[in-house]
Write a protein that binds this ligand. Structure first.
Ligand code: MG
Length: 377
């Protein structure tokens, strides 16, 4: 179990639950970082007393510096601040920022041999080969917080060499089975209301389009060293099984628990040990049916696109992920429709040229180009 932690994205849903877990487990919080919500960040600083806090937005950082001038906390800003927070006086870092902005701070923390409690899936989607190679080289632990990957991670403990394939489960989101004509008028309010999980806005929209499952498939490839076709997406609307592994002899192991992100967050901090938790327990007498089905790729084109980008490799996943971030932001701002998310992302993937075996610079350039395409029209 870790004794100290830095939390990147501390004002978001995962960040707030990470602070709660740290408090419960007696883990010291050394640094916090947020995009711009300085009201909540100030509350967190006063409660947890970190030595360092970073705000991505520079004007907000200046306001926070004034607000907490009575405390011995240093306030950083921008990407530099985020990078410093990632390595600040800690054993582990929770990477809970949203989007590819998490990439460089994660690489910094890996180089400094911190445990990565990985909640930022875009980091592995963009640059999985580079990040995993860096972690192997530095001997840094990566413990996934994403519930599906946490499930696979737990099923594989002590038996990594017996893995045959991963069964990546997903609820199918709030619009499971809807046709393109039916999703045309979906509003941001409808899209962020997930039936089983309480999550931030970006990931809730990704869950609705099933881009989230596509991003998770790419994340799983890198984390567990598999090819895209060794990962089978299984729709499981009840979200009781969080994912499964099939071993070489055909045995399938599943990890189950109530759908609450607090659990994988806590496990990433206590691993390889476990601690008591305050969460609800599964009651198999009351559970009813658990059901499974194949995804309908016609009705979830974002998932189909992600599977295609996973097979293509190179910068394709980074372009897709960056374009998706921009498209989801436009949708949440009411500037494009729900079906435009797929259309815009597919267009960006088609237009940004591929690069085989990309360097970090190639990936960042492709990410930037995808974003430029999305915002210039
Ligand atoms: Mg997940």
């Amino acid at each position: 179990m870790i004794r100290s932690v830095s939390i990147l994205g501390s004002t978001g849903s995962i960040g707030r639950q990470s602070l709660a877990a740290a408090e419960r487990l007696g883990v010291r919080v050394t640094a916090l970082a947020a995009r711009r919500d300085i009201r909540l960040l100030e509350e967190q600083i006063r409660r947890f007393r970190p030595g360092y806090a970073a705000v991505y937005d520079k004007d907000a950082a200046a306001r926070l510096r004034l607000a907490v001038r009575d405390l011995p906390v240093e306030i950083g800003e921008g990407l530099e601040g985020l990078r410093r927070a990632a390595v600040y006086d800690c054993e582990a870092v929770v990477t809970a920022v949203s989007g590819s902005v998490g990439l460089q701070p994660t690489l910094d923390a890996i180089a400094a041999k911190k445990r990565i409690c990985l909640a930022n899936k875009e980091t592995l989607v963009c640059a999985g080969s580079i990040v995993m190679a860096a972690a192997r080289q530095a001997g840094a632990e990566i413990v996934p917080v994403d519930s599906e990957h946490a499930a696979v991670f737990q099923c594989l403990e002590g038996r990594r060499d017996q893995l045959h394939k991963i069964l990546l489960t997903g609820s199918g989101g709030p619009f499971r089975g809807w046709t393109r004509a039916e999703t045309a008028s979906v509003t941001p309010e409808q899209a962020v209301r997930h039936p089983n999980w309480h999550m931030g806005a970006k990931i809730s929209v990704d869950s609705a389009t099933m881009m989230n499952k596509g991003l998770e498939l790419i994340e799983a490839m890198h984390l567990f060293g598999l090819m895209p076709d060794d990962i089978q997406v299984v729709i499981h609307p009840q979200s009781v099984i969080h994912s499964m592994v099939e071993l070489v002899d055909g045995t399938v192991l599943a990890q189950m628990a109530v759908p609450d992100m607090g659990l994988p967050i806590q496990y990433a901090m206590t691993w390889p040990e476990r601690a008591a938790s305050p969460y609800e327990r599964l009651d198999f007498w009351k559970m009813g049916e658990l059901t499974f089905q194949a995804p309908d790729l016609e009705k979830t084109p974002c998932l189909a696109l992600a599977m295609d980008c996973a097979r293509r490799g190179g910068v394709a996943p980074a372009v897709m992920s960056a374009a998706n971030e921009e498209a989801v932001a436009l949708f949440l701002a009411g500037r494009i429709g729900y079906n435009d998310i797929y259309d815009r992302v597919a267009e960006a993937v088609a237009r940004v040229p591929g690069v085989a075996d990309p360097t970090l610079d190639d990936i960042l350039a492709a990410d930037g180009e995808a974003r430029r395409l999305m915002t210039e029209r």
